[in-house]
Ligand binder design. Structure first.
Ligand SMILES: [Zn+2]
Length: 229
């Protein structure tokens, strides 16, 4: 029987690969899971695309503010336990753009898809405070369109981010997947860089299709991580 606590104690470098499920316990719904509830022009694959931002920045802004910004959200026990472990010996590679890992104090974080609370004006590239963006996506100084520094559909992952993620996966002798069904590429493809000798585990309520030899820790992640604390 796989013992997560023991595996964590023995590991030299723990890399967590995380997704939306880690932040739902902080009250941040997974914008992708609403599925069929969106009208076509409101589906995330379009609303959150580089094309939409270029053609309809106001619609893009409205959608992002309505569906993605939850500034009152606070880190939960999963974020806190991961921060404590990785500050000592490891890395978090997350698909989440909510910044909650850093808010929990994590120092070794690769934000694979960027961070909603880091914004810039596309015209002058000045950093913009998110409070201003919540009110308007136009930079008052020059009329430029402000955007969050997140990876949109149709945009590549920045090469330095990709390299940092690959390094974190390669270094790990224990890899733990949390809060993601592991179907979103290129994130899911990162697992191919794992050391063949590394231990791989996934924490999820329902069983996931995992590479051979991977351990499934079935259960609610908040409970699993609370038990580790
Ligand atoms: Zn500007």
């Amino acid at each position: 029987m796989f013992d997560l606590k023991k595996a964590l104690a023995c590991a030299q470098h723990v890399t967590f690969m995380t997704g939306a499920g880690v932040s739902t316990a902080s009250g941040i719904p997974d914008y992708r899971s609403k599925g069929g509830l969106y009208a076509d022009s409101q589906r995330p694959e379009y609303a959150l695309s580089a094309d939409n931002l270029a053609a309809h920045h106001d619609a893009f802004h409205e959608w992002v503010v309505k569906n993605m910004y939850h500034p009152a959200a606070k880190p939960n026990v999963i974020h806190r336990v991961m921060a404590a472990i990785t500050n000592e010996k490891g890395t978090i590679v997350t698909q989440n753009v909510d910044g909650l890992d850093r808010q929990a104090g994590a120092e070794h974080v690769v934000e694979f898809h960027g961070n909603l609370y880091r914004l810039y004006c596309q015209t002058c590239h000045q950093a913009i405070d998110y409070h201003d963006y919540l009110k308007s996506d136009i930079h008052s100084a020059d009329g430029g369109v402000i955007r969050p520094d997140i990876v949109l559909y149709g945009e590549p992952i920045a090469s330095e981010v990709l390299q940092a993620a690959v390094k974190a996966i390669q270094q790990a002798d224990l890899l733990i997947v949390v809060g993601t069904s592991f179907v979103v590429y290129p994130f899911a493809g990162l697992i191919q860089y794992a050391d063949p000798k590394a231990t791989l585990a996934a924490v999820n309520k329902e069983p996931l299709e995992l590479p051979l030899g991977a351990h499934m820790v079935l259960g609610d992640a908040t409970q699993v991580f609370a038990d580790l604390a």
